[in-house]
Structures are given as C-alpha cells and as structure tokens.
Design a binder for this molecule. Structure first.
Ligand code: 5GP
Ligand code: ZN
Length: 111
C-alpha cells in the first residue's frame, strides 16, 4: 500500500534491521525500542489490524514465526507479545504488527 511505512520496509524502500525473514512475514527491529530487544513482526502484505486478518495460512505463519523467534537465545528470559488495535491502544501504524519485547523486566500491568 502506498504511503504505508511498513509496506515501504517490506519493499526495501525504507531501511530496517531484519530479525526474521519468512515467506509471507518479516520481523525487524523497532526504530524506537521500548526494551533491549524490540522486534516488530508483520505480514508482508498490507493488512490494517488483526481484525482484518482472515487468511488461516497467514495466521499459522505468523504464529509459527513468533514461536521460532521466541525460542531464540536473546529471548531466553521471556518476552512480551503486544498487538495494539485502535485509538485507545495508542496504535500508530495501520499495518498489522506484533511487538516482541524482551531483554529486561517488563512492568505488569502495563500503563
Ligand atoms: P504502534 O504504536 O502502531 O503499535 O507501533 C508502531 C511501532 O513502529 C512503534 O514502536 C514505532 O517505534 C515503530 N516504527 C515506526 N516507524 C518505524 C520505522 O520507520 N522503522 C522501524 N523500524 N520502526 C518504526
Ligand atoms: Zn502496509
């Protein structure tokens, strides 16, 4: 989708540090990390939010990727998976993304 930052990252038009590259999903490091490890896992195709995610195969690939990343050494002490949806969540980028946060003790409940 034109004008979508994450679509531009997928196309290589905006540089990003890649953490995971799958068939239909890609993971890259957040530009403004909220933890020592902060990866954004996204579908390569433009899907605005999880509410529009219908494709079962893509759902499987997303969760397989999360499982794979979650087993990596850098996440060995645990991690948090966050999906922001809609205004109250503070979601800024309207291209479905899963935040994977790790590398420090994370507050709970979140603010
Ligand atoms: P949201 O608040 O929409 O759930 O999260 C969007 C995330 O995308 C934020 O954590 C923000 O730092 C990150 N982000 C926004 N623009 C870019 C960018 O151009 N490159 C990378 N790597 N991350 C970005
Ligand atoms: Zn997009």
């Amino acid at each position: 989708m034109d004008n979508c930052i994450f679509c531009k990252i997928v196309k290589g038009e905006i540089p990003a540090k890649i953490a995971f590259d799958g068939k239909r999903v890609i993971g890259f490091y957040d530009i403004n990390p909220q933890a020592p490890v902060h990866i954004l896992l996204i579908p390569k195709e433009h899907i605005p939010t999880i509410l529009e995610l219908k494709d079962k195969e893509l759902k499987d690939e997303i969760f397989s990727a999360i499982t794979e990343i979650g087993k990596e050494e850098k996440l060995k002490n645990g991690f948090r998976l966050v999906v922001n949806i809609g205004r109250d969540s503070g979601c800024e980028v309207l291209h479905l993304h899963f935040h994977i946060l790790s590398g420090r003790r994370l507050d709970w409940p979140p603010g």
